[in-house]
Design a protein around this ligand. Sequence first.
Ligand code: LLP
Length: 380
Amino acid sequence: MLNLNLEELQQQQTPFYAYNLNLLRQTLQASKQEADKYNYHVHYALKANANAPVLDAMREFGFGADCVSGNEIKAAIENGFAPQDVVFAGVGKSDAEINYALEQDIFCFNCESSHELEVLNELAEKKGRVARIALRINPNVNANTHKYITTGLEENKFGINAWELESVLEQLKELKHLELIGIHFHIGSQITDLTVFKNLCTRVNEFQEWFLARNIQLQHINVGGGLGVDYYHPEQQPIPDFEAYFGLFNQFLELRPGQEVHFELGRALVAQCGTLISKVLYIKNGQNTNFAILDAGMTELIRPALYQSYHKIENLTSEKAEARYDVVGPICESSDCFGKAVILPETQRGDLIAIWSAGAYGEVMASAYNLRDKAKAVYL
Ligand code: LLP
């Protein structure tokens, strides 16, 4: 399912992102089918990949849009997402972004602090509007993932802490231009241990009780995203186990009549459909270390440099005997390394190298460091 057509790849100028739209559609179909079983709503987290063909597919399959900036909201709306399918999260929403979202009358602002509530209320009042909000609560649940992508612990900047909720409810009584419609959680990303989500459900149930005890009925519970993918064997399980994921929430989340459950998946929907394709520029043999120097680097895919993330690396054009390489990019940083001591077939200048599972948080996190050109995207 991950196969790419070598001849097609060889015609392109490297480095570039190759997207397998068939795999994307199969992934969306599988996710939709499982979510529909329980009438769950999924808002796609645009931050993972906001390319137009990806957004087209999301919209066609009926996903909403989870946005973290004014430009993401704009991209979603220009792509054809209905404003009532757009949610807006983020700890640092600017006034301009809030105003734009208010003008678009988006479905919901996921609010992260009492100060933000105050500002949102003020801006909504100026526009004569009432903003629908969900309180993003920091549930203090450990996601067992990389510390840079853990978001649900007290030490993280995200969300309103449990002990603040009482005073936030008091505050909301005064904020007449806000309407509380839900609660929101997102505890981290690349979560592969599903018991973490079970722990999240337990906390959500406790918060539900807490709100109910104060006579507050919430229209929706947003449990965020975070479902991880298999970076080690992308070919074996290119489509995440959505059945287990949504089934777990169905089993453990306690809902009140009429309540909706919302999700914000990013990575799980798009990671495996994108591959970074690069060419070997040089081979440099050291005493202990041989380097394969690629024409792609951390400017195209920063995850290995930033999080020491593993991405499977494959030489698409050599079938020689195996050798060991540090696979590095051309950028003037030692962290510009895709993998150390990678076993590849003997590799030479001009070989095509695939770096798999790069559809999520790849292109969107690219930079122009060293004044590099932006790698283009090819849809296959
Ligand atoms: N909702 C919220 C509020 C989020 O902050 C995120 C991701 C998502 C949903 C989507 O999470 P996902 O389903 O994709 O795990 N750049 C990092 C990942 C950062 C994730 C940030 N928030 C990486 O490359 O691993």
